[in-house]
Design a protein around this ligand. Structure first.
Ligand code: MG
Length: 377
C-alpha cells in the first residue's frame, strides 16, 4: 500500500508540473524527490479572532479574545498551514501582521526546501513581528513535511512516546471560580497556576482543596521583593509545586539570578526569553526557559533554542499562547525532548479550526499526519 501511495504521489506531482528526481527503493519502486521548477511559493493570509472559553487573567491583564493570523503557503499543489497568535502584551495585531506579511515576496523562492534561506529572508525584512514571522515559518514546515510525507518530530529524529504531560492553566480568579476550573481540569495530571496577583496563598489553597496533582506556578513577573519571593517558593514547594515561572521582572537579572541560586525549585524564564540570542544571557539567571513559537519566530528557531538549552543543562519548557491546534501541533513536534510542556492553548478556545495534537491521559499525543500533524476541521 505504501509503495502505491509513493507512486501515486510521484504521478500527481508530475501532473502538477513540479520537477521530480526519481530514485529507487531497495525493492525497485520509484521514490519521489522534489526539485524546484518554475513556480515560486504562494503565501495567503487572513485575520481570525479566537474566542476564549473563560476570561483569562494573569498578573498584568484580563481578556476574552486573542487575535491570530492564519497563513497558507502553496507550492505545486501542496498547502502548508501556519498561524501567528498575538496576545496584546506582545505588541502585534492584525494590523501589524497584515503590514508585515504584505511586505514579503515569497514568490522569488522556487524551492521550499531552502528553509534557511527563506526564513532568514523573512526574519530580515523587518525587525520584531515575531508571531507574524512564526505564521510563515510554521506554514513552511508544514509544507516541507507534507512534501516529504513525514511529521517534523520524525524528521528531527524524536520518539513520539517520549512526549511529556502537558499542564493546563488556571488563571487568577476568586476562590470559587478557581475551584470550579480545577474540577473541570480533572483530566490533567499537572496544572499551571497563575499567581503574582496578590492572592497567591488563596489560589494555591483553592486548587489544593480539590486536587493532589503536581502544580507549577507562573508569577508573570508579579513578585517585587526577592526575599519575600524566596519565602513563597519554600512554601510552594511544600504545596507540591515543581517549578516557578518568571518570578520577578524580566529586566531584573540580578534578583532573578539570586533567587535561582537560593531557590529549592527550578526557576523558568518566560517573558525574559524570546529569541535564541537571549539564551546565553539567561544561562545562570534561571534554571530553564519557556520556549514559545510566537516569541522566537517559529519552529526553526525553537528547535535551535531547545537543543542549545539542553546542551547548557538548562531545563526546557515548550509553551504556547492561546492558539488553534495549528500552533500547538507545530510546537508539539518538539515536545518529545523537553522537560515540561504547556500546550493547552487550543483547549482554552471555543472556535478551533484544526484537529491535530491531542491530550490523552494528560499527555501530549502527536498525530500521524505529515508536516505539523494537522488537518482543517
Ligand atoms: Mg509564562
Amino acid at each position: 500500500m505504501k509503495t502505491n501511495r509513493r507512486i501515486f504521489l510521484g504521478t500527481t506531482t508530475l501532473a502538477a508540473g513540479a520537477g521530480i528526481l526519481s530514485s529507487f527503493s531497495p525493492d525497485g519502486n520509484i521514490l519521489p524527490r522534489y526539485r524546484p521548477m518554475g513556480n515560486g511559493l504562494k503565501l495567503t493570509f487572513r485575520p481570525y479572532e479566537l474566542q476564549l472559553r473563560h476570561v483569562f487573567t494573569i498578573a498584568s491583564n484580563s481578556r476574552t479574545t486573542t487575535a491570530v493570523m492564519l497563513t497558507e503557503l502553496e507550492w505545486e499543489g501542496f498547502t502548508g498551514y501556519g498561524e501567528g497568535s498575538m496576545p496584546p502584551y506582545l505588541g502585534e495585531s492584525h494590523q501589524t501582521a497584515t503590514k508585515f506579511l504584505s511586505a514579503l515576496n515569497l514568490s522569488q523562492f522556487k524551492d521550499p526546501f531552502r528553509m534557511e534561506e527563506i526564513l532568514n529572508y523573512v526574519d530580515a525584512v523587518l525587525p520584531g513581528n515575531c508571531a507574524a514571522k512564526a505564521s510563515v515559518d510554521i506554514a513552511l514546515h508544514d509544507l516541507v513535511g507534507k512534501l516529504l510525507n513525514q511529521s517534523w518530530y520524525r524528521i528531527w529524529g524524536y520518539s513520539a512516546e517520549n512526549t511529556p504531560l502537558t499542564t493546563f492553566t488556571i488563571g487568577i480568579d476568586k476562590s470559587a471560580e478557581v475551584i470550579a476550573k480545577t474540577k473541570e481540569a480533572a483530566a490533567f495530571k499537572i496544572l499551571k497556576i497563575k499567581i503574582g496577583g496578590g492572592n497567591d496563598e488563596e489560589m494555591i489553597k483553592s486548587v489544593r482543596s480539590v486536587t493532589n496533582v503536581p502544580l507549577c506556578v507562573d508569577v508573570n513577573q508579579g513578585w517585587k521583593d526577592r526575599q519575600e519571593a524566596l519565602d513563597k517558593i519554600h512554601w510552594l514547594k511544600e504545596q507540591g509545586v515543581v517549578f516557578v515561572e518568571q518570578p520577578m521582572d524580566k529586566t531584573n537579572f540580578e534578583d532573578n539570578a539570586w533567587l535561582t541560586q537560593h531557590s529549592p525549585l527550578p526557576t523558568i524564564g518566560d517573558e525574559a526569553m524570546q529569541r535564541v540570542s537571549d539564551l546565553e544571557k539567561l544561562h545562570g539567571v534561571y534554571s530553564g526557559i519557556n520556549c514559545k513559537l510566537m516569541k522566537c519566530t517559529g519552529m526553526r528557531e525553537a528547535h535551535k533554542i531547545i537543543e542549545m538549552a539542553r546542551s547548557l543543562k538548562m531545563k526546557t519548557l515548550m509553551g504556547c499562547m492561546t492558539e488553534t491546534s495549528c500552533g500547538t501541533s507545530a510546537a508539539a513536534q518538539l515536545s518529545p525532548i523537553v522537560d515540561w510542556a504547556d500546550l493547552d492553548g487550543n483547549l482554552l478556545i471555543s472556535n478551533d479550526l484544526f484537529e491535530g495534537m491531542k491530550v490523552v491521559d494528560g499527555k501530549v499525543t502527536l498525530s500521524d499526519l505529515p508536516g505539523i500533524g494537522i488537518r482543517p476541521k
